[in-house]
Design a binder for this molecule. Sequence first.
Ligand code: BF8
Ligand code: SF4
Length: 651
Amino acid sequence: MSTTYDGGRQLGRLTIHDDAQQMIDRAREEGIETVWDRLHAQEPQCGYCQLGLSCRNCAMGPCRVDPFGEGPQRGVCGADADVIVARNLGRTIAAGASSHSDHGRDILEVFGEMARGETSSYRVTDEAKLRRIADEVGVATEGRDTKDVAIDLADELMANYGSAKGSLSFVGRLPQLRREKWAGLGITPRGIDRENVEMMHRTHMGVDNDYVNLLLHGLRTALADGWGGSMIATELSDIMFGTPSPVTSEVNLGVLSTDQVNIAMHGHNPLLSDVILAAAQDPELLELARSFGATGINIVGLCCTGNELLMRKGVHMAGNHLMQELVLVTGALEAMVVDYQCIMPSVVDVAKCYHTQVISTSDKAKFPGATHVSFDPRRGAEIAREIVRIAVEAYPNRNHDRVRIPVAPVKMMGGFSVEAILGALGGTPQPLIDAIVAGSIRGAVAVVGCNNPKLAQDFEHIELTRKLIENDILVLVTGCAAVANGKAGQMMPDSADLAGPGLRAVCRSLGIPPVLHMGSCVDNSRIMQLAAALANALGVDIDSLPLAGAAPEWYSEKAVAIGAYVVASGITTVLGVQPPIFGSANVVSLLAGGLDDVVGAKFAVEPDPYKAALLIRGHIESKRQGLGLTFIAPADIRDAEPAVAGASSQG
Ligand code: BF8
Ligand code: SF4
């Protein structure tokens, strides 16, 4: 299989991909600053902040606690390291949960407008799913019009945002045992906005001064994301734009075209990108493009907007988080259209070095220097045409001598919604359970999350995933982790060759890759749903299952919220980047130990992907043992790979 990944140990490099490296070199030649230059300029970064020991929650501060015990041990108000670290983490979770959930609300509002006939740019694409979800959350469907069902579903889900409900609509998906566990701990999420607001309240000076109490509310806030805001975003996007099914696409900078108008869709929300895709097929705009000498209009994705498009429409993917500046350096992009989240403000500066238009579209995410076209979903189709026209009209400004598209694209498969996975299995999770019971698949791991310029781009994602599949562990990917694995050629059915014999046989019989693309970051809710379905089918709680999570290269507050709801749902999660909590031994010991006793899962930090793989394999085998399945004893879990020089265990 062709791939740009040269396999091996590239620590010390900024990226492991040829397309990225060529563009980094070119940026340097041309004096264009990128994320790696700015990281370098920031170093050494603040040690207090890295440990979570600084606080600026009020104007008696800012304060910091001395980790060596020599300087101050309390802030001006008297808060100690435990409180400061826990408060900071709580606010990080709230920011991440709010981001996903506000995205979910945007989708929900448009869904409601669509249902009430206030916009003609959107429609119900998956009516069966609409009715299934409505039934599930208690909206009557029998003999009712689609429109009426959709209106009531919109109202029901909107109530999830406030505090009118006792618990969120989708909590019913969880095994009874998990719901009882949450109820006992007082962490059943009540309302999405409510938990987030309460977190901001509790972390105000002089409110919650008990780090355990704060962290438990952190879990509750995160659960309001995973089983609330994110899940609503996923389910309604499926109803409006289609529930994903397996689709083949292409990935890396090679998806750009030398002779078409290239438009990159960047951000997270599918509301805009879906109508842009339609506008790119508008005969008048295609004719305009041809009049400028272009042969067509080529839409490509970046980050999670790209994942949304790839999952449902097979749209090609230019890259993940650390590619957003480098895609501009190709000189081949007419427009980068952005909505929100994970869009570096620097893209405007890089774009200025070329003919590329950066077009911002969300009134809540403006980028000085970009062209702002306010996206009103009620005029979605019209605005999409306006945006595509701006891109087409930029084509004559392209300097073809400066265009450099560095590599050929790699094929990858996406579209593995829960519905698609169950469909491939014949409609029930039983064949997957049978394969796990038989031991041909040892378990499953969600490898998710971002890129972080502190690590060689995609190295951890790819090596960890490779080690897991080699050892017969099915890997589920979302977000930037999915793009990383796609680029490495690990996401086609013939990538089963990379898997161990058990997983390889299962993949071959089903015609699926050993690494399944389940979508964008809000689509981690799909993974939660699959885990709950497996637990329900087996009659156990989620924490009994041979599952784990990993966020090897995370950077974002959203990733912290995801990690927290995955753990609170009963799935142990390994982080590859150290979170800013190590200033409090108590917080670390709770998150990396004590939590296991209360939610049946915990966090670990392990930046070395080979050690992380061993850790996860050990965890999965211990869960297999707990279920009475065949298991590999800890002493027998080893790997031929030596540890990576320079990476060390921190957890
Ligand atoms: O939501 S994985 S860098 S793009 S935060 Fe962002 Fe991280 Fe990528 Fe998608 Ni998710
Ligand atoms: Fe300092 Fe306390 Fe104010 Fe934080 S809340 S800045 S620790 S006085």
